[in-house]
Design a protein around this ligand. Structure first.
Ligand code: NAD
Length: 353
């Protein structure tokens, strides 16, 4: 996307200069994961050999992560030490590159409230001093990213940076961040279609969404607690785009057999002139990994340049990429695109000067 003519690419890191490292809680080799993607029909088999050596080099840059999939985070008492360890890992990685952007693409966590301990950075430090561990794992990573001086992207609906203490830290350090929860599939379609109903004054009476998915994300979301983060994120924009609360359930169901593919079926009931009943239905069949991966690269490039040109705080112009844009009620795709292109042009101009 960042190579489209409407998005000035001046100052963006070239794709072949991007270096990937990270943390994970499993140690399945990346080459094995790539083989699984080939076996699942996600990427062509012919791609595997040309990237095998790069995958092996990337493997050397992976470090053990925190907690387990979907957990609330580490045991009480160790959170400051965990943050410090992650900061060291990031700084070691940073020594070999010009700029680091940290992107959270780990399993969705359940909603988590850090409470009074997360109300300010001073309160957070006091909680750590008292041996408490108020942050979810995703927020521990976000904290480490900020302390290491990195821009940050929340690609998941997990709490991450959305804790007052961490936002304060980002502001204090003048760091840019964006989130949250990548808008890659059914919600993307919704954000293009819902404004059409609103601007044609077609009265939407109900909007039902059924999502069937497999893969690691599907397995995580089989846990109702983790799924509630996702359904909140997926629902958040519809009422705002239509202009009033819209009836209708939203389901996410795990179907192992679907692997990396997701099928969404949406049923939209609306009224035309004089209350004539009408229906729109659409079916979306998307491959989640290949929808998400290019956005992660685009976001890393955009946030990296934002930091280069001195942008800080929440990058609300990046709302185009997210289901629940931080600090923005704008979910309409066309308006988000306009905001993105205008902001991109401003950043490119500053990168040139
Ligand atoms: N289209 C998409 O793929 C898409 C769109 C929007 C949001 N997301 C979000 O991106 C995230 C990843 O999606 P996915 O399909 O790649 O899921 P996945 O289950 O395939 O991958 C998640 C990875 O995170 C790792 N992980 C779990 N806990 C961790 C921790 N504490 N520290 C470090 N790593 C940890 C897992 O081991 C796994 O490798 C999910 O939160 C998902 O909701 C994905």
């Amino acid at each position: 996307m960042t190579e489209l003519p409407d998005l000035d690419s001046t100052g963006l890191a070239p794709f072949d200069a991007i270096v990937v490292g990270g943390h994970d809680v499993v140690d399945t080799p990346l080459a094995k994961r790539a083989e699984d993607l080939v076996a699942g029909g996600v990427v062509p088999a012919a791609l595997l050999e040309p990237v095998r050596a790069e995958l092996d080099r990337t493997e050397q840059r992976l470090r053990p992560g925190l907690g387990t999939r979907g957990s609330d985070g580490p045991a009480a008492g160790g959170q400051r030490a965990d943050v410090e360890r992650l900061v060291r890992d990031i700084e070691e990685f940073a020594a070999g590159v010009d700029r680091v952007v940290v992107v959270d693409v780990s399993s969705t966590e359940q909603p988590h409230d850090a409470g009074a301990d997360g109300a300010s950075y001073a309160a957070l430090e006091a909680a750590w001093d008292a041996g408490r561990a108020p942050l979810a794992a995703s927020s521990v990573y976000a904290c480490a990213a900020l302390l290491a001086g990195c821009g940050y992207v929340a690609f998941t609906p997990s709490p991450g940076i959305d804790v007052p203490a961490l936002r304060e830290l980002a502001d204090r350090r003048g760091l840019p961040y964006a989130g949250r929860d990548g808008k890659t599939g059914e919600t993307l379609v919704k954000s293009a279609l819902a404004p059409m109903f609103a601007t044609r004054a077609l009265a939407v009476r109900s909007w039902t969404s059924i999502n069937l998915l497999g893969g690691g994300d599907g397995a995580t979301l089989a846990d109702p607690a983790a799924a509630s983060s996702k359904t909140q994120a997926k629902r958040s924009g519809l009422d705002a785009m239509i202009g009033h609360p819209v009836d209708g359930p939203m389901h996410i169901d795990y179907v192992d057999d679907l692997g990396d593919w997701k099928t969404a079926w949406d049923h939209v009931r609306f009224d035309g002139f004089l209350g004539t009943r009408m229906t729109l239905q659409f079916t979306w069949q998307g491959c989640d990994s290949t929808l998400a991966a290019p956005l992660v690269l685009d976001l890393a490039r955009l946030v990296g340049r934002a930091q280069d040109v001195g942008e800080s705080g929440v990058l609300d112009a990046l709302g185009f990429f997210f289901k629940s844009p931080l600090d923005s009620d704008e979910h309409r795709l066309a308006q988000q695109w306009e905001a993105l292109t205008a902001w991109s042009a401003r950043c490119a101009e500053r990168a040139r000067s």
